[in-house]
Design a protein around this ligand. Structure first.
Ligand code: SF4
Length: 150
């Protein structure tokens, strides 16, 4: 018999101070709706980039969409991919995913995509969101902006 619903959640939505600026982005509507669920807090950036940290962005490059540091343009994509792949490997049985909008890692169609000059040329998925969609096909995935409980 299936146990409690297992929900992967962007850790900053749960109140963890893991954002680039050292703050959280706690969402009471998300937290309140998770009662009774097994919650898996996930932040791909903090373990590999530290907190606080410089800002990063999704940039359209000759090598495709990459996540670069804003300051020195260091490519951190592979670090974030490793974190996300490790999560998927440990929790292939997740029932639902709730992500933080607009993040270069967690954004779900809301992440600014920049050109090499720093101009926004569109919106897309963050690198972790993109991998979660492909790595956990069929799992319900949403963000706090579209969260149904208001
Ligand atoms: S949006 Fe994602 S990567 Fe950014 S702080 Fe929240 S959990 Fe971490």
């Amino acid at each position: 018999m299936k146990g409690r619903e297992k929900v992967i959640v962007s850790a900053c939505l749960l109140g963890e101070a893991c954002r680039y600026d050292g703050c959280s982005k706690a969402s009471q509507k998300v937290i309140g709706a998770l009662e009774g669920a097994e919650v898996i807090a996930f932040c791909p950036e903090a373990p590999v980039l530290g907190t606080p940290r410089g800002r990063i962005s999704v940039v359209a490059t000759d090598a495709g969409l990459r996540v670069l540091r804003d300051d020195d343009k260091t490519d951190v994509t592979d670090l974030l991919v490793e974190q996300t792949e490790a999560l998927i490997a440990v929790h292939p049985d997740a029932d639902r995913i709730i992500l933080k909008s607009k993040s270069p890692s967690c954004g779900l169609g809301t992440t600014p995509i920049l050109d090499g000059e720093g101009n926004e040329i569109g919106k897309g998925n963050g690198v972790a969101a993109d991998l979660l969609i492909r790595g956990l096909p069929g799992v319900e995935i949403t963000d706090e902006m579209n969260f149904p409980s208001g």
